[in-house]
Unconditional design. Structure first.
Length: 329
C-alpha cells in the first residue's frame, strides 16, 4: 500500500497529464477543534472531482463548487475557514475551529513529478512554493517537520515521517508493513532466518539480514521510530527488545500473551535494564480490541502506536505551554 499523500499527488498528476486543470490544497494551521492536522492535502480537478481531505467534507464541497465555477485563485494564495461563528456552522467546523489553507494552482505534471519520486523512494522531502512566482524548490527534511509559512515561501513535507522496524518476517509482519505505509511510516523488516526472509514479498519494504539486536543498533532509532517484535521466538525477540528499550524509540512492543510477557519481563531483569526501561515495553502488543486475525492484530498494533504518539505529542505541547506561561510570569 502507498501513503495517502502519494495517492493524492499521483491522481492530480494523472489529471494534469490528461489536460485537466487542478488545484492542490494544504492545511497550514488549525486552531481549536479543526478536523485535520497541518500538512493534510486535497486535490480538486476543474470539474469538481476531488481526492484527499482538509476537513470533514463541507469545506471540500465549497472548494469543489468554486473549482467548477472557476472561482479559485490563479496564483498561490491562502484561504481561511471558520473565522466567524456563522462560517464555522456553515462548514461544519466544531465550535471554535479554524483552518488556514494554502492554495496552489497546478498547470502541468512537472510540478508534482519530483515530489512523487521522492515519496516512492521513501525519502522525506520539503516542498517549498513561492507565493509570488509559484517557483518550487525541493530539499531534504528531518522527521518532525510540519507545514508552515516562512516569509514568501510555503513549506510542506512529503514522504515517510516516521519509521517502523518489525522484527520477524511472518504473515502478520506483512500485513502490518502494508498498513503502516499508508500512515507515512518507512517500514524496515528484519529476520535472520534465510528461509523466512526469502518468502518476504511486501511491496515498499525490504527484509534486512542480520541479528535483530544488531539491526536495532544499526538503524539508530530516534523519537520518530517504533519497534515491534512479532517472531514469537524469544531468541530473536528478546535480544532486539533489550536494545530497543534502551534507545530513543517512542514505541516498543512485542507479540505474546500476558503470561509470556511476564516471563519475558523476568528474563529482562537478568540484564542491565532498569524497571523504567522494562516498563516501556507494550506487551501484549496492540490495543485490546479482541483481535484474532493478522489484519485485526495489525490494526490493534497501529492503533496503539498512534495512541502513544498522540499522547506524547500532547504531553510535549503541554510542557511547552507551561514553560511559556512560566516565562511570561
Amino acid at each position: 500500500m502507498n501513503s495517502l499523500d502519494w495517492e493524492v499527488l499521483t491522481c492530480a498528476r494523472a489529471w494534469l497529464q490528461a489536460g485537466h486543470r487542478a488545484h492542490l490544497f494544504t492545511v497550514i494551521n488549525t486552531w481549536g477543534s479543526a478536523p485535520r492536522l497541518p500538512g493534510a492535502i486535497l486535490a480538486i480537478r476543474g470539474d469538481g472531482q476531488m481526492i484527499g481531505s482538509v476537513s470533514g467534507g463541507c469545506i471540500e464541497d465549497d472548494l469543489a463548487h468554486k473549482a467548477r465555477n472557476s472561482l479559485l485563485p490563479a496564483t498561490p494564495a491562502i484561504v481561511e475557514y471558520g473565522v466567524s461563528r456563522d462560517e464555522a456552522q456553515q462548514f461544519g467546523i466544531p465550535c471554535g475551529g479554524r483552518l488556514q489553507i494554502f492554495v496552489e494552482p497546478l498547470q502541468d505534471a512537472g510540478q508534482l513529478a519530483a515530489t512523487i519520486e521522492h515519496i516512492e523512494q521513501h525519502q522525506l522531502v520539503r516542498r517549498s512554493v513561492h507565493f509570488h512566482t509559484g517557483e518550487i524548490r525541493l530539499n531534504g527534511a528531518l522527521p518532525g517537520s510540519s507545514a508552515h509559512l516562512d516569509g514568501d515561501w510555503f513549506h510542506a513535507f512529503f514522504g515517510p515521517k516516521w519509521r517502523l522496524l518489525i522484527i520477524g518476517a511472518n504473515q502478520l509482519a506483512g500485513v502490518l508493513a502494508s498498513m503502516a505505509q499508508t500512515l507515512d511510516f518507512d517500514v524496515l523488516v528484519c529476520d535472520p532466518r534465510d528461509d523466512i526472509r526469502e518468502q518476504w514479498r511486501t511491496e515498499g519494504t525490504a527484509c534486512m539480514r542480520g541479528m535483530p539486536d544488531d539491526v536495532v543498533q544499526a538503524i539508530k532509532p530516534d523519537a520518530h521510530t517504533a519497534i515491534v517484535a512479532v517472531t514469537h521466538d524469544p531468541k530473536l525477540d528478546d535480544m532486539a527488545l533489550l536494545e530497543a528499550l534502551k534507545c530513543d524509540a517512542f514505541y516498543v512492543g512485542a507479540l505474546g500473551s500476558r503470561r509470556n510477557q511476564e516471563k519475558r519481563r523476568e528474563r529482562m531483569r537478568m540484564f542491565d535494564l532498569s524497571e523504567e526501561e522494562i516498563n516501556r515495553l507494550h506487551g501484549p502488543v496492540g490495543l485490546p480490541i479482541g483481535s484474532r486475525t493478522p489484519a485485526e492484530i495489525a490494526i490493534a498494533i497501529l492503533a496503539e502506536i498512534i495512541q502513544v504518539r498522540t499522547l506524547q505529542r500532547q504531553a510535549a505541547a503541554q510542557s511547552a505551554h507551561c514553560g511559556q506561561s512560566a516565562c511570561a510570569a
